[in-house]
Design a protein around this ligand. Structure first.
Ligand SMILES: *Cc1c(COP(=O)(O)O)cnc(C)c1O
Length: 396
């Protein structure tokens, strides 16, 4: 190995460790469910985005196996070079109906959908106006575009601050196109974007809106179809992104919108053009997952019921969930080192919940992020709250 590289790697790792920012992978020894095995121990999993338990659902697994039997294990090519099978096409049709849009394009991940779509719809005379708490994959997509976007130039608004957003809209009238982009559900705080106001402002100032519904897909709106449905804004959100990897339990991302949007993305989105299509089993599993959430409303009801049970237990014990409105439930700690210590002690008590610290969230706003889902039982929540109390007493 090259010495310069090796030394540099070691130096960077030492620095990450010294700043308490170093991450290591935990190895699951069982499927992703409410209870998992890690290091031979049964642990309550409060870290997963598998909101509806579809990642290990018997019908979804059966559909994936069926798709392998019919279509093989690989698509063989990128989508536009013979890698689009009928099963991929069926998936896009099903998402289009579910979302009530004209058309949909599936990408291999939500991250790829952001990094492909955003630069494709913008050119150098455009500007992106962003919420300051937008997800990393939005930020990377924006950075890849030739539009103006920088916070230092005044194009980032304070979190959900509509007056600030309008001020920026008034200051950016000279740009050709203006895109407002926001998370639908904010991934670290669990609050919902003020989408009706954002859409009104966009219409008033002739801008367009892109919403990233990664944490709203399968969670909010009719049959979990997202924030546009939740707020009844059909036809008024220009670009909707969602993931197939969280609530839907498998993997993938999509852009839902107009037919012309899809056509342009097929031609211009680089993460779509230059990366192989999903294995057909992914599309098969997702068709089954969508079938389930469209025909069984009890799943999403259970998610929200469990989320209420967990939040109530936390509130009863005096924990602060930071204004969360969705199953994403941050538990406020504040100090970074204390949050990390809590994570470590919770794990020892049999609860897997991760601390989220700077730079993912602002300095002094460290938290433990908990994600209740349909696969948890009341007993899991009882055990988890006891662990939280015990650990709080230890950490102070
Ligand atoms: C998770 C997430 C993504 C990325 O989705 P993947 O399908 O996991 O790549 C994009 N945006 C937001 C807001 C997310 O939370």
């Amino acid at each position: 190995m090259n010495n310069k590289l090796n030394e540099w790697l070691k130096k960077e790792i030492t620095e990450l460790k010294s700043r308490s920012l170093f991450k290591e992978l935990k190895i699951l020894e069982s499927p992703s469910d409410g209870n998992i095995f890690i290091e031979n121990q049964n642990i309550i999993n409060l870290s997963s985005n598998n909101y509806l338990g579809l990642a290990n659902h018997p019908k979804v697994k059966a559909a994936a196996i069926q798709a392998i039997q019919e279509w093989g294990v690989g698509a063989g090519a990128v989508r536009w070079l013979g890698g689009t099978m009928d099963i991929h096409h069926q998936l896009e049709k099903k998402i289009t109906e579910w979302k009530h849009v004209e058309d949909t394009l599936v990408f291999t991940s939500g991250f790829n959908a952001n990094s492909g779509c955003i630069p494709a719809v913008l050119s150098k005379n455009d500007v992106v106006i962003s919420d300051e708490l937008n997800h990393a994959s939005i930020i990377d997509g924006v950075r890849l575009s030739s539009a103006k976007y920088r916070k230092s130039e005044g194009f980032v608004y304070r979190h959900s601050d509509m007056e600030h957003l309008e001020k920026i809209l008034k200051n950016t009238q000279s740009f050709e196109k203006r895109m407002i982009i926001t998370d639908g559900v904010f991934s670290m705080d669990g609050d919902i974007a003020r989408l009706p106001e954002i859409v009104n402002l966009a219409e008033k100032h002739d801008a367009f809106v892109m919403v990233d519904d990664a944490h709203a897909s399968g969670v909010l709106g009719k049959n979990g179809s997202g924030t546009t449905s939740h707020f009844n804004l059909y036809g008024r959100v220009d670009i909707q992104l969602g993931t197939l990897s969280k609530g839907l339990g498998v993997v993938g991302g999509y852009i839902a919108g107009s037919g012309s949007l899809k056509q342009l993305l097929i031609n211009r989105a680089r993460s779509f053009l230059f990366s192989t299509a999903h294995p057909p089993m992914v599309a098969g599993a997702l068709l089954a997952a969508l079938d389930i959430i469209q025909n069984d409303p009890t799943l999403i009801q259970t998610l929200w019921k469990n989320s209420d049970i967990w939040k109530n237990k936390l509130h009863q014990e005096g924990f602060d969930t930071m204004g969360s409105e969705t199953p994403i439930t941050p538990v406020y700690v504040g100090d970074e080192q204390r949050a990390q210590e809590m994570e470590r002690l919770l794990y020892k008590e049999g609860v897997y919940a991760l601390s989220i610290t700077y730079p993912t969230v602002s300095l002094g706003k460290a938290r433990i992020r908990t994600m209740p889902n349909t696969t948890h039982t009341e007993e899991d929540f009882n055990k988890a709250i006891e662990a939280f109390k015990k650990v709080r007493d230890k950490v102070g």
